[in-house]
Design a protein around this ligand. Sequence first.
Ligand code: GLU
Length: 481
Amino acid sequence: MTVRVRIAPSPTGNLHIGTARTAVFNWLFARHHGGKFILRIEDTDLERSRPEYTENILAGLRWLGLNWDEGPFYQSQRLHLYKEAVQQLLERGLAYHCYTTSEELEALREAQKARGEAPRYDNRHRNLTPEQRATFVAEGRSAVIRFKIDDGREILWNDLVRGKMSWRGSDLGGDMVIARASETGIGQPLYNFVVVVDDIDMQISHVIRGEDHIANTAKQILLYEAFGAKIPEFAHTPLILNMDGRKLSKRDGVTSISDFQQLGFMAEGLVNYMTLLGWSPPDSTQEIFTLEAAAKEFSFERVNKAGAKFDWAKLDWLNSQYIHSMPVDKLTDLLMPYWQEAGYKFDGGRERAWLEQLVALISASLTRLKDAVDQSQLFFTDSVEFSEEATKQLQQEGSATVLQGIVAALENQPQLTADTAQEIIKQVVKAQNVKKGLVMRSLRAALTGDVHGPDLIQSWSLLHQIGLDQPRLSKAISVSS
Ligand code: GLU
């Protein structure tokens, strides 16, 4: 059998982490079996679908490296297909026009509630005579199309994640609406229906989606049967939970892939993390891998039934591993947009070669790409502000003289290298008979305005190349004396 799977996002919001994780599992499964991964945009909800969300979804999937083989197909361009399918069910007597008004449905629900029953449609228009229909039409009522659901049915499937599943027809809420009302016949076809028409048409072999769709699966199986189509395999993936064990939602703040991107996660780190949200490789000690490597190992046997907790610390750790192993030139490219967004200017000698030295200096301490904004701020601002601790350091005895000694020695060193910087420090230690620690601490406070930070010699060299070390030393001398 050829494996054909799909991701079918609705463009009613940006690409959500849950949808992206489902896309990851679909992608892994397709690649594992040498099958096809199809992208279908479910934009039948005209009021809530927006082109900018579609853009965001496509960009997010591309950014994550989840390349698709077919599509994107847009449901909004396939309406004729769905209407034909509705017509077919009507002609075969498997679906019917239902003229129940919303007031009648409301009254029905109220009565059911009063009796302590679950709300369901009572199938009252299932067997209307032509005369009854004509009367309703004459009254000006419009009709939705309902698909007949046999209450006595038991719907069974073997879920690739959850094992044996069973649903009773009577738990599906009565005959289901498959198309909205319309003055001109068949109105807008609805989700559960169009998904089946598409999955049949696209010859989907495995439907892999979130477990919030389990009840839909039961309904959809009945539709496959009605069309006499082969029923695909189903795999319902666990939900993503927050640390409190509740479904990850908008309230948790960041939920869309573009948010994660903005926060400074690398695509490779994020996609690696998503792979582990509910799946583990056969060698469970292995945590860092590419999508291709995961695809070799992927199977639903190792997908959990239980919800997957979203662990920021783990994501940060993975992301930092990817940052630290990135070649400097590539990492520089990745950091550029974050610096640009922060308003940093690449003037005054801040050229590519200089930027790469800066990246080499800070990369080991980055967890998220965006950390580079704070960590390199002192290299992008002309003047330095001294922190309280730095001021204290500068006011220590001997600090001013040490800094004056450095300024004097610098005059003979137009090209400051790591070696010459070390040399200057040695000279000052010797000439002034002070501890090396005092020189280093004073120098750091003067150059960076702080008492901690990246390697001092490298930082000095970088500041020297853009002519910022001397002015900072002078300013520090005025603070310290
Ligand atoms: N459009 C549905 C969603 O975004 C697709 C569900 C499915 O995969 O069938 O949840």
